[in-house]
Write a protein that binds this ligand. Structure first.
Ligand code: FE2
Ligand code: FE2
Length: 177
């Protein structure tokens, strides 16, 4: 309870911002981008507590790490690799960020850059050097790892729900006929 209150105090200005609230309209990993960012921010907050990181920086950058509109790779404007920069630009329109927070957002796709270096055939057109996305702080690694864990959880959760629904419809049809 005390943790939730501390988290809310750090996050509320962003969570209640009218432009930020519009992220609720953007689909993301089977839910919406607002919820995704909030989850990443909260998991980062808990991890920062565990590893004695700066809780304020991870909460702010966790919330803003995917502050962009539209779908990734749906067109050339927003890609897996450039959306961190877009998110920083959007964030700076409405919020004050320190250098660490900016760097955390810019490097949160380090997990993707590492995978791309190991398996270059994934999204062939995205050329990347992993070291350019290397986080510069402990908080950067925390947000990057939280983003990866939350994304895996969300995609898995969505697939389970989706498959359950399909089986349910299938079953209803069998019973009906
Ligand atoms: Fe992202
Ligand atoms: Fe994300």
């Amino acid at each position: 309870m005390k943790l939730n209150k501390e988290y809310h105090n750090l996050a509320k200005d962003i969570l209640e911002n009218e432009y930020y609230l519009t992220l609720k309209n953007d689909a993301h990993h089977g839910s919406n981008r607002y919820d995704h960012c909030k989850r990443v921010s909260y998991v980062s907050f808990i991890m920062a507590k565990m590893f004695k990181g700066n809780t304020n920086d991870v909460v702010i950058s966790g919330l803003l790490h995917d502050f962009y509109y539209g779908k990734c790779n749906a067109n050339d404007k927003i890609t897996y690799l450039n959306h961190p920069r877009t998110s920083v630009n959007n964030s700076l329109k409405y919020f004050d960020l320190n250098e660490n927070e900016i760097n955390i957002i810019e490097t949160h796709m380090y997990h993707y850059a590492l995978v791309k270096n190991l398996l270059p055939f994934i999204n062939k057109d995205d050329k990347v050097k992993a070291r350019e996305y290397k986080p510069q702080s402990k908080e950067g690694y925390i947000v990057c790892l939280s983003d990866l864990l939350v994304s895996i959880f969300e995609v898995f959760h969505f697939k389970v729900r989706y498959t359950t629904c399909l089986y349910f419809i299938f079953l209803i049809n069998i019973i009906r006929y």
